[in-house]
Write a protein that binds this ligand. Structure first.
Ligand code: NAD
Length: 471
């Protein structure tokens, strides 16, 4: 059943409850409990244990919220979370060591270091599409950096939200790690409080609400937003592998409901028919002739989102443009992998993030034109290029601005913990993953050490002409 069809929980988390929650966490943080290396490690190990102990429950919750295929749920949520936790546990000691830096002549003699200090109490607000991973991955960073944290999972994935509330209550230090479930009223009550950091994942409209609430208290924010992620396809490629990777990075990612899944393709007029044929062949191999019956495709998360995606297809401007798919089943919230060709620029589908199983193909005369098309719109969270052409790759990296770029694949850059993950411009503020998560929840405190030797009298008044000549 879709989440909007379920009866909403009675609101019981109001402003008063939010104030007392923040007070409690502030008390825990000020007592210094969360700052020790040992506490951080203990919490991260508990999070890892929680994940390992409850793999089946997590998979069940993801099935209930999204019909997420078991393998996909395991690889893209459970395994990713475990590897993030293990990586952090391995690196944490090193990250916490103050970084010695050089000094300048103006402070001679002195020494200097950058001390990583936890920000304090942090709020993590997460989205429904990867509801387990997107909730706990930022929590890993917050704990690793020594903060107390409140997680507000998405109400659009209610089974995962309630599982997270139950499990974090059982496994984590409840004086420092809390889960508040709820929708807009509960989130608004939380946002009205003073936090030391807010980390939000979701759409840009709500991102502005979060930013405005944070501005009242001068609270720093990370906004992990979305946008339209383009895939440029050259003719100088391995066609079959390209088709398979595009399918995996579109329909194999929550049936297109992923922030870095392929939003649309840009290719040349000549090459589009060949690419479409290859995509069709591989789609049938992956999902059969009746994709609505396939167990390997997630459903659309809710009836509201089903209506949103359907509206993109029902737009008059795209009528007659479907070259593959188009089937839908409202009763199961399923939409088949659908390819559209040459939809008009001013159609709804080309002006909104699709976040679903529709893939328009835009054609150009010259592939380098696609760089201007991308750069003239909102900055994407990710942009992709398939080519064997070295010059084209170089030009893509030099000229296209996006949160991240990936050449000859889709979405896989997210799995490299040495790369920052985040947007630029409309696709977000800040980044995380690996060391970047630790830094996101850390204040880099500048510390300079001086002794009482080498005291230059030139810095003190009276400022005689002789002292001026020394400059
Ligand atoms: P959503 O509906 O789950 O909303 C996200 C969070 O915002 C939820 O916790 C929700 O309770 C809260 N929220 C909703 N309305 C609010 C309001 N008026 N005031 C305060 N809080 C509110 O998720 P969504 O926005 O539909 O998620 C999809 C979007 O998120 C897409 O744009 C996608 O690209 C983006 N996204 C980005 C990333 C990333 O890592 N950059 C990951 C996943 C999704």
């Amino acid at each position: 059943m879709a989440s909007e069809d379920k009866k909403p929980k009675a609101a019981c988390f109001d402003g008063e409850a939010a104030r007392s929650l923040v007070k409690e966490l502030r008390g825990t943080f000020d007592a210094g409990k969360t700052k020790s290396y040992e506490w951080r490690v203990l919490q991260l190990k508990s999070l890892l244990k929680l994940t390992k102990d409850h793999e089946d429950d997590i998979i069940d919750a993801l099935r209930s919220d999204l019909s997420k295929p078991v393998l996909e749920a395991f690889v893209s949520e459970i395994a990713m979370l475990k590897s993030s936790c293990e990586f952090t546990l391995k690196q944490l000691k090193r990250w916490m060591v103050p970084e010695k830096v050089k000094t300048s002549i103006t402070t001679f003699p002195s020494s200097a270091e950058i001390v990583s200090e936890p920000l304090g109490i942090v709020l993590v607000i997460s989205a429904w599409n990867y509801p387990f991973l997107l909730s706990l991955d930022p929590v890993i960073g917050a704990i690793a950096a020594g903060n107390a944290v409140v997680l507000k999972p998405s109400e659009i994935a209610p089974a995962t939200s309630s599982l997270l509330a139950k499990l974090l209550g059982e496994y984590m230090d409840s004086s420092a790690v809390k889960v508040i479930e709820g929708a807009v009223p509960e989130t608004s009550a939380l946002l009205a409080q003073k936090w030391d950091k807010i980390f939000y994942t979701g759409n840009g409209k709500v991102g502005s609400i979060v930013l405005a609430a944070a501005a009242k208290h001068l609270t720093p924010v990370s906004l992990e937003l979305g946008g339209k992620c383009p895939v440029i396809v050259d003719s100088n490629i391995n066609l079959i592998i390209t088709a398979r990777r595009i399918i995996a990075g579109k329909w194999g990612m929550n049936n297109g409901q992923a922030c870095i899944s392929a939003d649309h393709i840009i290719t040349t007029k000549d090459f589009a028919p060949k690419l479409i044929d290859a995509l069709k062949v591989e789609l049938v191999k992956f999902y059969g002739n009746d994709p609505l019956a396939s167990e390997d495709l997630s459903r659309i998360v809710s009836s509201n989102h089903f209506a949103r995606v359907t509206k993109l297809l029902d737009d008059d401007k795209v009528s007659g443009k479907i070259v593959h798919g188009g089937q839908k089943d409202q009763s199961n919230l399923k939409i088949a992998p659908t390819i559209l060709l040459d939809v008009p620029e001013d159609s709804l589908i080309m002006n909104e993030e699709i976040f679903g199983p529709l893939l328009p193909i835009v054609t150009v005369d010259n592939l380098e034109d696609s760089f201007n098309i991308i750069n003239s719109g909102e900055k994407p969270l990710a942009a992709y290029l398939f080519t064997n052409n070295k010059k084209l790759k170089e030009s893509f990296v030099r000229n296209v601005s996006a949160g991240g770029l990936l050449i000859n694949d889709v979405a896989l850059h997210i799995t490299n913990p040495y790369l920052p993950f985040g947007g630029v411009g409309e696709s977000g503020i800040g980044s995380y993953h690996g060391r970047f998560s630790f830094d996101t929840f850390t204040h880099k405190k500048a510390v300079l050490y001086r002794s009482f030797t080498g005291d230059a009298s030139a810095r003190y008044p009276p400022y005689t002409p002789g002292k001026l000549r020394l400059l």
